[in-house]
Every structure is written in C-alpha cells, then in structure tokens.
Design a protein. Structure first.
Length: 364
C-alpha cells in the first residue's frame, strides 16, 4: 500500500443527482480538498436506479448490470480528476466508494449499495474500499448515518455545542457537544419528497430555492397526517431511505384534492419540522447549526428552519468545507481509517455493539 496521504472519496446520495468525487489530502487531523468533481447521472440511468428500489422482474441481473455502469461512470470521473491534477495512480492511497443505495433494511439485517468496486479498481488501477454499512449492521447497528465520526474529526469545537445538519434526499443530524458522546441519526425526508413532487407536477428535478413551495400554503391536516408515520416518533438510533419515503408514500397519505403547490409547501414544512423537533429534543443545548448537502441551497427551507430552531444557521463552507463536498470527503476519510486499520463507525450513533473497522478492501 502506498504511503501517500492523497485519497479519493465518492458519494452518490438518495437524491440520485449524480456522483460527487473529492480529491483529498489527509494528514493526521488535517483534511484538505485538492479538487472536486460532480458527475451527473444520465436520465436513463437515474430511471433504472429508481426502478430497482422496488421489487421487479429479473432485478438481480439488472442490479449487476447497473453496478457495472455506475463503476464505469465513477471510474471515468476519477480518471478525469487525476488527469486534470497531473496525478498517476501511484500517488493515490485509495478510494472510498459509497456506491448507490437501492435498499436499506437494517431491520432485516442488510443494506444494499450497487457499484462494482472490483471493476472500479480495475478501471482506475486504485485500491477501493466499499460496502461500509453492512459491517456495522452485522454488529447490530443501523449501518447509517456513517459520517458522524468524520464530523467529529473535522468539525468538533471545544467552545460550542454544534449540530451538523445534512439535508440530502434524507435529512440527518450529528450533535457534537463540547462534552459527552456524539449523537447522530436520520430525521426523516430531506429533499426526496419535494423532488418527487415537483418532478411529477412540473417535470423539474428540484425546487430551486424553494420558490414553488413558497407560493403554497401549509395544509395543517395533511401535515399532521404525514407526521403520524411511526418513523418520526421512533427514538434513535434510526435510519431511513427511499424504502420508506417515496412518491407512493406521498400518494397514500393524500386523501383529498389539494393544489400541487400547497402540497409542496406542506412537504417542505414536514422536512423543516422533523429536523427542528429532532434538534430540540436531542440537541437542546446546541448553540449553532451548520448545514451541508443540496438542501443547504434551499433558501426558503433554511429560513423556516431558522424560525423553528431560533439558532444561528450557517453552512459548512463557513468551517472551510463547502456544503456539497462534505459527504464525498467523509468517504475519503472513512477509507483512510479502513486502510490504516482504525475504527470508523460510531456505536453511539448507530447502536452497534462496539467499534468496528468498516469497509471491504479491493486491492489494486
């Protein structure tokens, strides 16, 4: 294994917008981003991934074929990034490869991320670390969220009690108190339901700045009905994904005819209120919130969150890591821990029986 301190992290989140690739340098407790690339999913690939979230005919073969397609797309992105920075494989310690989650069922003892790590290693000539979640699940943990350990390594403050809020397809929080154990869990839907609804009604991939939601009114009765879902009252550790929060979830909960923009506004309120309640209940001594993920760009959502939490809200960019890069950099860090044979899960977060070294190594 190379002694290089340069690693690559990749992340493909629940939003299914593409692949984030971060070229990072990790030395002791210092992490710097050398370059960053986002690779969009072709529309056909996104559609095929969405179909795999639910049982269908010949899904096993389809998942393997999509795994290869994802590895090729990721590999091309990595090679492009290395070429741009005039780096050859010998300078790279390894790749942290999250892959694309298609099923996350810790309650049934598994989590499935597609993306052929062996093929990715072959395409890039790099050592690849993948399949991070299932080692934690084997130890009776939730397998997610995985990034709180990284959040602690990078964002911990001795002066303030911080909340790191990630708003991707699913929203999750990490609470970093000045003293005491960290807390982390999924709050509920982030952008996922809003993205589904605007795609269905306006054929747009997302609601820019929350502008469409802003035109609507909260439907109180519908919001209360949404919040009856048992996930919102479940105590941590807990995690979720498209297995629960999807377009069918919206449709089955709508019993009357409402205007589409009012439903969008109500879905935004659901995201905001589930986050705010989680912070008030589990992070009551928090002094400040730092947001990352695509939802950090939803101006209207952030305004609502400020009103509901009465806390200072900034982005992780104010902590020197741009909000869109956090998750990819986290997987570079997780891979580095694995390759150094160091623990990289957070039992206090996932409920695992103890510290474990996560990830399967695919040697170059």
């Amino acid at each position: 294994m190379t002694n290089s301190k340069i690693l690559i992290g990749t992340m493909s989140g629940t939003s299914l917008d593409g692949i984030d690739i971060a070229l990072t340098k990790i030395h002791k407790n210092k992490i710097s981003v050398l370059d960053f690339l986002h690779v969009n999913y072709p529309s056909r690939l996104k559609e095929n991934i969405l179909k795999l979230h639910f049982p269908e005919k010949n899904e096993l073969e389809k998942s393997f074929l999509l795994s290869n397609e994802l590895a090729i797309l990721t590999g091309k992105g990595i090679n492009r990034l290395l070429l741009k920075n005039n780096l050859s494989a010998k300078y790279i310690k390894g790749v942290g490869y999250h892959g694309q989650t298609i099923r996350h069922r810790p309650d049934k003892g598994y989590s499935s991320q597609i993306g052929n790590a062996d093929l990715l290693s072959e395409i890039t000539n790099l050592t690849v670390v993948s399949n991070f979640r299932n080692r934690d699940i084997a130890a009776k943990g939730e397998g997610a969220p995985l990034v709180p350990a990284f959040h602690k390594a990078l964002f911990f403050s001795k002066l303030k009690n911080r909340v790191i809020l990630n708003i991707g397809g699913i929203s999750n929080i990490t609470y970093l108190p000045k003293n005491g154990p960290i807390i982390g869990f999924d709050c509920g839907p982030g952008n996922i339901l809003m993205d589904h609804w605007i795609k269905l009604n306006r054929n747009l991939n997302f609601d820019k700045n929350g502008n469409w939601a802003k035109k609507g009114q909260v439907i109180d009765g519908l919001l209360k009905y949404f919040l009856k879902d048992k996930f919102f009252n479940k105590l941590p550790p807990k995690s979720s994904g498209r297995d629960l929060f999807n377009l069918d979830w919206i449709k089955k909960n709508i019993k009357k005819s409402y205007s589409p923009e009012d439903i969008q506004r109500t879905l935004l309120e659901l995201t905001a209120i589930s986050i705010a309640k989680a912070i008030k209940k589990h992070c009551s001594k928090a002094n400040e919130i730092y947001v990352c993920g695509g939802g950090a760009k939803n101006i209207f959502l952030i305004e609502i969150l400020k009103n509901k939490t009465n806390l200072s809200i900034q982005t992780t960019g104010d902590l020197n890591l741009p909000e869109q890069q956090v998750e990819a950099v986290a997987f570079a860090w997780l891979a580095n821990q694995t390759l150094n044979r160091k623990f990289n899960n957070s039992p206090d977060v996932t409920g695992a029986k103890g510290f474990r070294i996560l990830g399967s190594i695919h040697q170059s």
